[in-house]
Design a protein around this ligand. Structure first.
Ligand SMILES: C[S@@+](CC[C@H](N)C(=O)[O-])C[C@H]1O[C@@H](n2cnc3c(N)ncnc32)[C@H](O)[C@@H]1O
Length: 238
């Protein structure tokens, strides 16, 4: 799928993830005036939710390596003064990644796309760009035992994420929780599109179609629910 078509498709079908991410954000007790970085912001829905919480005296900065997604996010937010978007990543760099600038460094539904080596850089850079007392918060997918490898997805188990933070050091009060989250879509077709847009590829192989059918349960009204094993990480910079 072309990058712009993929970004538009993601914008149309991403509501189950946006709802999960927004719920996670609302539980973080962000304060008015906070400066918040949103890594892997996609088309910017969760970043907008952050901007609303921190208010005009705060700042929400959305970063994503996908230029087409950033373009859509920027088009939607022209009038919002405390919301900015920028192409970047931990590997490429992002605004203020070398100074203690942000109060909170957030990521929803993106850390499992970050390759394992880059995850270390991600944590190091997050530590560098947070103020003393700042918070790192990540919502992502967990790896299941015996899970088939999906190309491009870099999930870890709860222990894997704990080990990663211990190896890198730097952060205190690291808490890694397992959560089963019910992602709801209005139909199986919508769920498949959502999965394709997330993976940046069309699922033309029967393998993934079968895998998806195994993951979902159908409701009487045609909606489908996929119970996804997720990880919630919070950590503090002293
Ligand atoms: C499923 S979307 C999540 C968007 C948004 N955070 C949300 O919760 O709706 C995952 C995003 O991660 C981005 N991504 C992929 N690799 C990344 C990396 N190495 N660093 C940061 N973001 C990455 C993708 O471009 C994509 O926009």
């Amino acid at each position: 799928m072309e990058a712009d078509a993929n970004a538009k498709s993601y914008e149309e079908v991403s509501s189950p993830q946006v709802e999960a991410g927004s719920q996670f954000i609302r539980g973080l007790n962000l304060s008015l005036g906070d400066k918040v970085l949103d890594m892997g912001c996609g088309t910017g829905h969760v970043t907008k939710c952050i901007a609303d919480i921190v208010g005009p005296g705060g700042q929400a900065v959305g970063i994503d390596p996908d230029a087409e997604r950033i373009k859509i996010a920027e088009e939607k937010s022209k009038e919002v003064g405390n919301l900015q978007f920028c192409v970047g990543s931990s590997a490429i760099g992002y605004p203020h990644d070398n100074e203690p600038y942000y109060d909170v460094h957030i990521s929803t539904n993106a850390f499992h796309w970050v390759p394992d080596d880059e995850k270390r850089i991600y944590i190091q850079k997050a530590h560098r760009c947070l103020k003393a007392g700042g918070k790192l918060a990540i919502w992502c997918t967990a790896k299941m035992p015996n899970e088939e490898k999906i190309e491009g997805v870099h999930t870890l188990t709860q222990e894997g994420y704990q080990d990663l933070f211990q190896e890198v050091g730097l952060f205190n009060n690291v808490v890694v929780d397992n959560v089963i989250y019910p992602y709801r879509c209005k139909s199986f077709e919508a769920f498949k599109r959502f999965f394709e847009a997330s993976l940046h590829q069309e699922l033309d192989s029967d393998k993934y179609a079968e895998l998806l059918k195994k993951c979902v349960t159908s409701e009487d009204d045609g909606q489908v629910t996929c119970k996804v094993p997720c990880i919630r990480i919070t950590a503090c910079k002293n």
